[in-house]
Write a protein that binds this ligand. Structure first.
Ligand code: NDP
Length: 309
């Protein structure tokens, strides 16, 4: 029986995960098919319940469902529990296990960003969704001493801080209102800036004016497609070190692959498939290959829009 792995999100049409996961299954001779499932928040519970069927190896969960998936599975791993967000599901018989491989992916990306420098201790995080939770948990467990979270809707950042109140007991974790002047003050005190919002995903938008970026900041944008958001270009122009979400995407995907199959992921192949998928166009739902803009218009999403992981 060909086993199924689905990516549940809304939208999902432009995900690069299908290309890298399918190639990995094929390379290792695993009879499995990776499918994209666009499911609205109203359809999420049914989509998760369906995963209990024997034909499923598991699933990925993406924007905007990672937090809402938590109560829909039977058990959470430590990282899914700690973050309150699930991006990967495996099965144990009929039971569904919720994992969070974004945390592992983020740790690799952070190491890559920091390079040979000493691990910094202060960060500003933009965004308090599923991705933001993985980032904040990663920073706490990495030993950061001060992390400030800005979110468009402040209450969500406050809920995030409350969620981490125990694990962050030894350090300063704060939610602050999204005001340019406050962000500017906090950026001046921080060594690391992480964008975990969707700003820049759907086109040329920036979270704040370029002028407030100080030099010598380490900047990670979780967005990987487009590969260089305005924020990343602004950061480079300001003399900062800037990387996108590629490394995180690859490593969260590799960790998920190992959870589903019990085998090490073919990292180089997955990386090559990600690059190919981005450069050459991606499989659309009807099985044809099309460029980003054509595909996004086909699916009724804005040109250049793409899927978060
Ligand atoms: P969620 O839907 O859970 O959260 C979205 C976040 O973006 C919220 O903080 C939301 O703020 C914010 N946001 C959305 N639109 C705007 C806007 N116009 N102005 C200000 N804030 C906005 O998504 P995820 O956390 O799962 O994903 C967030 C981003 O991280 C995506 O761009 C995704 O591509 C990226 N990501 C990348 C990964 C990788 O492997 N590279 C892994 C995980 C995520 P509010 O709460 O106020 O709505």
């Amino acid at each position: 029986m060909t086993r199924r792995v689905v990516l549940i999100g809304h939208p999902v049409a432009h995900s690069l995960s299908g290309a890298m996961q399918q190639a990995a299954f094929d390379e290792l001779g695993i009879d499995a098919r990776y499918e994209l499932q666009d499911r609205t928040p109203q359809q999420l519970a049914d989509a998760i319940a369906e995963l209990r069927g024997d034909e499923f190896l598991g699933a990925n969960v993406t924007i905007p469902h990672k937090e809402k998936t938590v109560p829909l599975v039977d058990r959470l791993t430590e990282e899914a529990h700690a973050t309150g967000a699930v991006n990967t599901i495996t099965r144990e018989g009929k039971r569904l296990i919720g994992h969070n491989t974004d945390v592992a992916g983020f740790r690799v990306a952070l190491d890559r960003l920091v390079g040979r420098q000493k691990m910094p201790r202060t960060a500003v995080v933009l965004g308090a969704g599923g991705g933001g939770r993985a980032v904040v948990y990663g920073l706490i467990s990495e030993g950061f001493q001060r992390v400030v979270v800005f979110n468009r809707h402040l209450h969500r950042a406050e809920a995030l801080v409350r969620h981490f109140v125990r694990s962050a007991a030894h350090m300063e974790l704060r939610a602050m209102p999204w005001h340019e002047s406050i962000i500017e003050v906090e950026l001046a005190k921080a060594k690391v800036l992480i964008n975990a919002t969707s700003i820049g995903l759907h086109g040329e938008e920036r979270p704040f004016p370029a002028e407030i970026l100080p030099p010598e900041l380490l900047v990670l944008d979780l967005i990987y497609n487009p590969p260089k958001t305005l924020l990343l270009r602004d950061a480079e122009a300001a003399g900062d070190t800037a990387i996108n979400g590629d490394v995180m995407l690859l490593h969260q995907g590799a960790a998920a692959f190992t959870l589903w199959t019990g085998k090490p992921a073919p990292l180089e192949l997955m990386q090559a498939k990600l690059e190919e998928g981005r450069a050459g166009g991606i499989e659309s739902k009807n099985g044809t290959t099309s460029g980003d803009d054509a595909a996004s218009q086909e699916e009724g999403t804005p040109a250049g829009a793409t899927t978060a992981e």
